[in-house]
Design a protein. Sequence first.
Length: 196
Amino acid sequence: MYINKSIILTLPIIILLLLGINSNSNEIEEPINKLIVREKKQSIRIVLSWGKKPKNLDAHLWFKDIHLFYNGINGRRSGLYSSIDRDDIDSYGPETLTISQVVAGEKYIYAVHDYTNKTNIHSKQLSFSDARIYIYKYYSNKPIKIYYIPRNKTGNIWFVFYIDERGDFIEINKFYSTNSDSGDILPILIENNQQK
């Protein structure tokens, strides 16, 4: 049987393209530290991807009076629109949150919760998950910003970043622990970051 080697070599790239994954994932469209929110409909997608373990990581986003996560599929208050487009519970992701209209003057807080180890406050599995956060302008397929999880950290919450009222990306990159499975981890983040 004859096997064409060029097909075998290009097959992984074709699969990645079909899945919508950029084979050069470190390539960034235009690295930014500021999101320009003057446009009427500036929108972004925040995509969480990770490895095989832990099986279930959950993305959380807070702004105004909205907490967007697996249990809060849609949020619409005072003309602010957001959605969780995909909640992955069996490894790898992606888990995608979309803010369809980013509003100047609003603060957006983003964190990842290790739901698999939700009650294990001494777990390090989250930090060994190879989690990555990709931020895209809504209609782009190249990220404008990428965050990589630090390794060998204790905690089941990764407070990744927030977008401040001026549109600046503020990297936090800290770990915290909770023994709660409620999904409401914002009080922990606020309590431990009051100086921010």
